[in-house]
Design a binder for this molecule. Structure first.
Ligand code: HEM
Length: 167
């Protein structure tokens, strides 16, 4: 009986070569992005993306740390409703500097959403405690919750909003 080179049959030799090739592809994946990115498992995935795709970290914001996310610098746009912070960057047409709802960008939009209003009095000044939503009618609260539903279905929740100094 031959030593290690006797694989028994050509089929076994072929299988062994295939296994060695597969293991080699797993251990030493290519870092080159293929010309066409595979979109199904069958077309193969033995490559490493050059960089990790952008990630979204759930964070606690305060009015002051939320405000810079107003999209004026072309960056991410966040807004809060009832303490929930949404990443509305994909809605830049609405919330960007030229957007119809740009007033809400980087802000606690709760009261404006409840009362369906862009009035500046709807926004709590940045250095003040969070709006406790006092004085809102039941249907206004319902309206606000409707917007939370809308935003939850459309955007990603990326944090919560607490008072300045609470983190
Ligand atoms: C002249 C009055 C208004 C017009 C013509 C108008 C028009 C629109 C239109 C066309 C959309 C897009 C809907 C979609 O594509 O999903 C929209 C969405 C929206 N509107 Fe208005 N709107 C008006 C007033 C208001 C007011 C007063 C508010 C105050 C809260 C408001 C808040 C919003 C919000 C938050 C959205 C959702 C945007 C998103 O999905 O990110 N709108 N509006």
């Amino acid at each position: 009986m031959g030593l290690s080179l006797d694989f028994g049959s050509p089929v076994n030799t072929a299988l062994l070569l295939y296994i060695l090739y597969s293991v080699q592809r797993i251990l030493f994946p290519s870092t080159e992005i293929p010309l066409t990115i595979p979109n199904e498992f069958k077309s193969g995935y033995s490559w490493i993306p050059e960089s990790h795709p952008p990630t979204l970290l759930y964070k606690t914001y305060t009015p002051i740390t939320l405000e810079p996310f107003n999209g004026k610098d072309g960056g991410r746009i966040l807004l809060a409703i009832d303490g929930i912070v949404f990443d509305v960057t994909n809605g830049r047409n609405f919330y960007g500097p030229n957007g119809m709802y740009g007033n809400f960008a980087g802000r606690d939009a709760s009261r404006g959403m409840a009362k369906q209003s862009f009035d500046t009095e709807m926004l709590t000044p940045l250095d003040q405690p969070l709006d406790k939503l006092e004085g809102l009618a039941k249907d206004e609260i319902e309206n606000m919750k409707g917007w939370i539903d809308h935003f939850s279905n459309k955007y990603i929740v990326c944090g919560n909003l607490v008072n300045n100094g609470a983190v």
